[in-house]
Design a protein around this ligand. Structure first.
Ligand code: PMP
Length: 317
């Protein structure tokens, strides 16, 4: 779908997958004016295809659009694009546990000009790719590198928007994480509070049953996290969304108050964090059953194996 200041949203169409032609002066290539989303479609036992909370993705994309001075794609257009893609490519949605079709909606500034201002011509696309199991051979705790040199986002910056620049700034720290034998990197905010991983949110489980997750205006509000915390509340857990300092994390693990640390996001759903690694050494993290039991409850809903008590699933075909 295209958008211009004069014509609004227009020309919705489905076209074969292939390269897009862009003017070399297209604003996105120079100023990074772009946003995206990530969402999965699941095939249920009766063959029908469903996505998980797509309205939440549509609304997050609208929030990202506002921050990036892009036009907001109406929720109905967003849902329509998912349905139309499934109508032509639904056969690519795998069946079976841990298999899904990953959907990637994205929007970028295609107007050609040099100069820093919001573009007046924009394009919205949706592409898809079958996604297999994230963990071969069961869910494994991951090792997390603490990025002490680099930040992913700053105060008043674009951290809460799903925009390429945030991911660009995490590439170098991510490479540093790999060099140090870690799978992922955890970022701190400018006040030294725990923010999130490169593509997942962080959650702490307290010995008294409380579940604590970092909140700030530079964290991407994960839909997986929101859903897991809802399921935890249904089970009677109290959920706290507030700033969490690195010191509180370390003290909590040392005293035994924190009994589990895990990360969550659309791609891997839930990943226990087994170690926090810094230049000074490795700090082992406690793992427990809650993360994996919430993971199972959520994936049972997503794959249609359990009652969708919150009305999260949205049938596409
Ligand atoms: N934080 C970042 C930076 C991410 O890229 C993602 C993945 N979209 C998440 C958190 C988790 O969000 P969600 O649960 O909606 O996938």
């Amino acid at each position: 779908i295209c958008w211009s200041t004069r014509g609004g949203w227009h020309r919705p169409r489905v076209q074969p997958y292939g390269p897009i032609s862009l003017d070399p002066a297209a604003a996105v290539l120079h100023y990074g004016q772009e946003i995206f989303e990530g969402i999965k479609a699941y095939r249920h036992a009766d063959g029908s295809i469903h996505t998980f909370r797509p309205r939440a993705n549509a609304e997050r994309m609208q929030r990202s659009a506002r921050r990036m001075a892009l036009p907001e794609l109406p929720t109905e257009y967003f849902l329509q694009s998912l349905r139309e893609l499934i109508a032509v490519d639904g056969d690519w949605t795998p069946s079976g546990a841990d298999q899904s079709l990953y959907l990637r909606p994205f929007m970028f500034a295609k107007e050609a000009f040099l100069g820093v201002r919001p573009a007046e011509k924009v394009a919205y696309y949706l592409i898809a790719s079958p996604a297999g199991s994230y963990f071969k051979g069961g869910v494994q705790p991951v090792r997390i590198w603490l990025s002490e040199t680099y930040a992913r986002a700053g105060k008043g910056g674009t951290g809460a928007a799903k925009t390429g620049g945030n991911y660009a700034s995490s590439l170098l720290p991510q490479a540093e994480a790999y060099e140090n034998g870690c799978d992922q990197v955890v970022f701190l905010d400018p006040d030294g509070n725990v923010e999130e991983l490169g593509g997942m949110n962080v959650v702490f489980v307290h010995r008294d049953g409380r579940i604590i997750t970092p909140q700030s205006d530079s964290i991407l509000e994960g839909i997986t996290r929101d859903s897991l915390l809802q399921l935890a509340e249904d089970r009677g857990h109290t959920v706290e969304r507030r700033p969490v300092s690195l010191q509180e994390w370390r003290d909590g693990v040392a005293s035994g108050d924190i009994i589990e640390v895990f990360a969550c996001g659309t791609a891997a759903v839930v990943t226990p964090i087994g170690a926090l690694v810094t230049a000074a050494g490795e700090e082992r993290q406690p793992t427990g059953d809650l993360a994996l039991s919430l993971r199972e409850e959520l994936t049972d809903i997503q794959y249609g194996r359990a009652t969708d008590k919150h009305g999260w699933m949205h049938q596409l075909d």
